[in-house]
Each structure stands twice: as structure tokens, then as C-alpha cells.
Write a protein that binds this ligand. Structure first.
Ligand code: AKB
Length: 319
């Protein structure tokens, strides 16, 4: 029986992954955790929750032991824009946090899901349809932490035979919780402002192309990879995944089909623009498709329609 610990459970992905896992494996078998405990109906108010300092080995160990955890979805991480404001804090959470999780997983023989990012690529990587195995050399501190994390996960798998699997996420679009401190956050904020104000000021240039993925595909993909036959996984960790290649201009044109008066203008933030410019325009995710059947359902059109209807309903309820 699976006993799952989710770190960073109150973040953008955790808020939806926890209820998804609880539906699949049973509420009491999925322990959500976070640095602080805030009321959150889908995570804290409806199942087990532990306050967890990700940089404390003792704290991680006691939670894993208390609940008999055998699988960890390690989501706790600072993102790219926050990282440039405070590189030291990012290193502490992303790297010290990861190595403490890996060491504790080694002690209790836990499987691990580690989300990496398109941020592992840098200006020297091929820009279009960036291959699975290619030059990385990221220039943001976030990207440096993610590529180091991927290598560390491979090391723990090879040296200690831990079952560690992971994906390189592009920008994640979702309606339940806002992302915080990322370069791709524009692709979520644009929907809130389109509904609330009918206009949006974007911090990236109109033709900045970055891949995106919609939350239902994020959830299905993570669990599908963790359930995949290990014999078929040649990469195991750090799979490129993608679903939607889009620029702010193209996303705003798609929203305009539903909200004809919607308008966008641009006030470019040089820090986030420099990060975006160092990332791929699009990813080649053929290894994920071939090795474990990655097959996202949502394209730009379907995602936009679903996102607008879910968000309108939520904002109407006053959540
Ligand atoms: C960010 O923008 O920092 C993240 C990511 C692409 O990993 N959403």
C-alpha cells in the first residue's frame, strides 16, 4: 500500500495534486505538508497535514516514520524570479531541502518524485524542440539548482538504487491556486485580469515563446510516471514534458475569442525577460511519450476554454 508524503503541498501544484492523490490512494494515505499551516479546503481541512521544515532532517524523518511513508512527491521549491531576488534562500530550500529528502528516503527506502524545470536549459541549448539529452548550462540560480537536483537524483538512484523519477515542467497553468515567483506566472495572471479587469499588463515581451502545460495534464503525468514499469524507463528522471507552445500575444488572442473586449499591453521586466530569453522556445518530449506514454490532453484552445470557465466560477464564489 502506498503511503505518500507531499512537500510544498500548499503551492500551485500541491493544492491540486493532494486531492488527486487522495482520490486515487485514499485520504489517510496522503500526508500533505508545508512550512506553515493555513486553512485550505482541498489540502489542510480534508486530510492529514504536517508542518514540515524541509531543511531539517530530524523533522522530515519524524514525519516519514510517524506515517510509515514510502513515497515522497517533493514539490517544495522556490521559483526562478524569487531566486534572482534571493539566491541564497533558493539554494537553501531547493538544494539543502532536496539532499535532506534524499538522505531520509535512503534511510526509509522511499520512492521519490522530483519536479525539475525547463529552467535547466540555458542560452547554449538548442532553442526549438530542445532535445531530451543536450547542452544545459543554465544561467538562473533556479536553473542551476534544478540541474544540480537532477544530477543528485541520478546519483542516488545509481549509487543507492533509490527509485527516483521526475519531469522537467514548463510553465504550469491552473485555476485553483496562484503560482508564486516564477517567470511563466504571466500565463496564469492573464486569466485573472482578463476576467476581473478585461485587460492585462504583461511583464514579458509579446513574442516570448515558452512552453506551458495545464494542471490536469500535470497531475496525470506525475502519477503515470510514478506508476510506470521501471523496466521501460531509460531516463527515469528529468523527462522533458510539454503540451502547449505559446507567446503572450498568442495567448491573449485565444482569450479574446471568449472575451472580445480583452486587451493586453506590455511593461517588460528585464530580470524575468532575461530568464525567459535563456529558456527554450519549445521542448521535444518524445522520450516521455515513448518510455511511459506521456500524452497530454489539453492544447491551447481546450485549456483556455476550461481555464476561463473554472476561474469564472471560482471568482464568482468569492474564493
Ligand atoms: C518558473 O517560471 O520559474 C517556473 C518554471 C518554468 O519552472 N514556472
Amino acid at each position: 500500500m502506498k503511503k505518500i508524503l507531499v512537500t510544498g503541498a500548499l503551492g500551485q501544484i500541491g493544492t491540486e495534486l493532494v486531492p488527486y492523490l487522495r482520490d486515487k490512494y485514499g485520504t489517510d494515505n496522503v500526508i500533505a505538508s508545508g512550512r506553515i499551516k493555513e486553512s485550505c479546503e482541498s489540502v489542510v481541512d480534508t486530510g492529514p497535514f504536517e508542518i514540515l521544515d524541509i531543511t531539517s532532517r530530524e523533522n522530515i524523518s519524524s514525519v516519514i516514520k510517524k506515517h510509515g511513508v514510502n513515497t515522497v512527491y517533493h514539490l517544495a521549491s522556490l521559483l526562478s524570479a524569487t531566486g534572482e531576488e534571493n539566491p541564497q534562500a533558493l539554494w537553501d530550500v531547493n538544494m539543502n531541502g532536496l539532499i535532506k529528502i534524499l538522505e531520509t528516503a535512503r534511510e526509509y527506502n522511499c520512492s521519490i518524485f522530483f519536479p525539475s524545470s525547463i529552467a535547466v536549459f540555458g542560452p547554449d541549448s538548442p532553442k526549438d524542440k530542445t532535445p531530451q539529452d543536450t547542452v544545459t548550462r543554465p544561467t538562473s540560480i533556479y536553473g542551476i539548482s534544478k540541474i544540480s537536483g537532477e544530477l543528485l537524483c541520478d546519483y542516488y538512484h545509481t549509487k543507492y538504487e533509490l527509485d527516483i523519477r521526475g519531469l522537467r515542467y514548463p510553465g504550469v497553468i491552473s485555476s485553483a491556486a496562484l503560482p508564486g515567483g516564477g517567470t511563466t506566472d504571466y500565463a496564469v495572471h492573464i486569466f485573472y485580469d482578463a476576467i476581473k479587469k478585461g485587460k492585462y499588463t504583461c511583464f514579458l515581451e509579446e513574442n516570448s515563446s515558452i512552453d506551458m502545460i495545464y494542471m490536469p495534464d500535470v497531475l496525470e503525468g506525475a502519477v503515470k510516471l510514478m506508476e510506470a514499469d521501471p523496466g521501460k524507463l531509460q531516463h527515469r528522471n528529468a523527462f522533458n514534458v510539454s503540451a502547449i507552445s505559446v507567446t503572450p500575444k498568442e495567448l491573449s488572442a485565444e482569450i479574446k475569442k471568449h472575451i472580445p473586449d480583452f486587451s493586453i499591453d506590455y511593461d517588460v521586466d528585464p530580470v524575468r525577460q532575461a530568464i525567459a530569453d535563456s529558456w527554450p522556445n519549445s521542448l521535444d518530449d518524445s522520450a516521455a511519450r515513448a518510455e511511459w506514454g506521456w500524452n497530454p490532453r489539453y492544447d491551447l484552445e481546450m485549456m483556455t476554454k476550461d481555464m476561463l470557465s473554472k476561474l469564472k466560477a471560482r471568482l464568482k464564489q468569492g474564493d
